[in-house]
Design a protein around this ligand. Structure first.
Ligand code: NAI
Length: 478
């Protein structure tokens, strides 16, 4: 069997396979999915296009989806986040060789240009034979966005001039769509029509889905995986608690203890980031726009103030907001010499990189891949990680396996739900039912030696909840 793919180097597959083997042991939720559904293959007939950081953990997810019967094509959802050995191992597959790959088509490598990134996304959305996928598994919503924008412009019969795009990246998207409209004016309409649903991994992608639904533009149903408790309250928090400082350390090896670190945003990601920086001995200052999160940060013992108040005294700045222009070029002009500036939110506009590139007299000195120093005319520099893209995946290897097992077990359950019960999900944005969320948590207890207390029948009656759960109402916030 031959198939199309594009990765950095298939010679890395053996290394990737060894790390996948180690990761499988740390991903009990995904392995339980294989044990439970490997024979019945509920995803047989599913053609899943995945757009999610092509890491070792994602390799275990991909091979779980195929073990459940799915056909898969995959890309990374960020130009810097691919682990090339993981991508190679997935293409080669457990039974293939570099000369005769038998795995899954992957189009991803670390350090793609924007043009290459969108080329990869396009490749994974077109199935051999010309049709498209029937499911999307998205992280940040880029694949979903391409299908929706393509459909919108095909209906209009024209694509806006890429030169008028609000960002360089959107200009690239418009160029791709201009070309595809000329090649096949029905391409995205057909692909969109065949998609049964999308399962979305992250806060930013979920935000995009709700916006599209509100505007009446959503083409197919979506499951918001992010808001499973076992995703956002674990991956976003404990995952970032681990991978934020991993990224800072690999990039700079600066001692964090004693430094002043500013964390912009105190949502799930911000909470994990602030805790990890404090754990290293930094004095952490939080900025927030939401009074509830600001109060939480204050009660957790952090100083809460505005970025303007601390821009000249802090050593490390981390954005975690999913918002834009949180750190501007003007802020960076006022920072201390060699202040470290990084983003762990989904897109690169949290730090105004476009503004920085345009600032007169600012010079860029690349220290190593994904670490750049920007020198201002007064001589001071700031160190920017991963060109403002999420630093835990750009400078390190993202979240570790155990926490991703929680997130990805939710992804697998969501794919099974939407694919096998399509009629029960008219176009809207859904979250998984709580009993599945509790099941995901349960699957991860044994590995940590957790002993759960069992409710007695009398206690369950007293609380008015079933002995076997769900234990909380949907409004409970954890
Ligand atoms: P969240 O909504 O829980 O938290 C974001 C917080 O930022 C909110 O409390 C909000 O009030 C605050 N905020 C918004 N604008 C602000 C501003 N101008 N200044 C200060 N605070 C501001 O979202 P969550 O789940 O924490 O996700 C944040 C971002 O991180 C999203 O883009 C998400 O997609 C991404 N993410 C990244 C991960 C990674 O591995 N790098 C993992 C999980 C999520």
């Amino acid at each position: 069997m031959t198939f199309d793919y594009k990765v950095a180097d298939l010679g890395l597959a053996e290394f990737g396979r060894k790390e996948i083997r180690l990761a499988e042991h740390e991903m009990p939720g995904l392995m339980a999915m294989r044990a439970q559904y490997g024979e019945s293959k509920p995803l047989a007939g599913a053609k899943i296009m995945g757009s999610l950081h092509m890491t070792i953990q994602t390799a275990v997810l991909i091979e779980t989806l195929t073990a459940l019967g799915a056909e898969v094509r995959w890309v990374s959802c960020n130009i810097f986040s691919t682990q090339d050995h993981a991508a190679a191992a997935v293409v080669v597959g457990p039974d293939g060789t570099a000369d005769e790959p038998k795995g899954v088509p992957v189009f991803a490598w670390k350090g793609e240009t924007l043009e290459e990134y969108w080329w990869c996304t396009e490749q994974a959305l077109v199935w051999p034979g010309g049709d498209g996928p029937n499911m999307i598994l998205d992280d940040g919503g880029d694949a979903t966005m391409l299908v929706h924008k393509g459909t919108e412009f095909e209906k209009a019969g024209a694509v806006p001039d890429p030169k008028t795009a609000e960002s360089e990246e959107y200009g690239v998207v418009l160029s791709v769509l201009t070309r595809t409209l000329a090649e096949d004016p029905q391409r995205w309409t057909t692909i969109g029509r065949n998609i049964l649903g999308v399962t979305e991994e992250t806060t930013t992608g979920v935000h995009r889905l709700y916006e599209m639904h509100k505007a009446g533009a959503l083409l197919f149903p979506a499951i918001n995986v992010n808001d499973s408790v076992t995703k956002s309250k674990f991956d976003n928090k404990y995952g970032c608690r681990h991978s934020l400082i991993d990224g800072i350390n690999r990039a700079t090896d600066v001692l964090i203890g004693g430094k002043v670190a500013v964390v912009c945003g105190y949502g799930d990601v911000g909470k994990g980031c602030a805790e990890s920086l404090r754990g290293q001995g930094a004095r952490v200052i939080v900025t927030e726009i939401d009074p509830i999160c600001a109060l939480q940060a204050a009660m957790d013992g952090y100083q809460v103030t505005t970025i303007e108040d601390v821009v000249g005294i802090a050593d490390i700045f981390i954005t975690t907001t999913g918002n834009k222009d949180v750190i501007t070029a003007d802020h960076m002009a006022q920072m201390k010499h060699q202040a470290i500036v990084g983003n762990i939110g989904h897109f690169d506009n949290e730090i105004d990189m476009a503004g920085l590139y345009k600032t007169e007299g600012v010079e860029r000195v690349t220290i190593k891949p994904q670490v750049d120093e920007f020198r201002f005319p007064d001589g001071h520099t700031v160190i920017i990680l991963s060109e403002g893209r999420l630093l835990n995946l750009g400078n390190a290897t993202g979240h570790p396996s155990f926490v991703m097992s929680n997130s990805f077990t939710n992804q697998v359950l969501a794919q099974i739900e939407l694919f096998t019960k399509t009629a029960q999900y008219p176009t809207d944005v859904y979250v998984l039912p709580k009993h599945l969320d509790e099941m995901v948590a349960r699957l991860h207890l044994d590995a940590l030696g957790v002993k759960l207390t069992e409710l007695s029948k009398e206690q369950a009656e007293y609380l008015g909840i079933p002995v076997e759960g769900p234990y909380k109402s949907d409004a409970y916030r954890y």
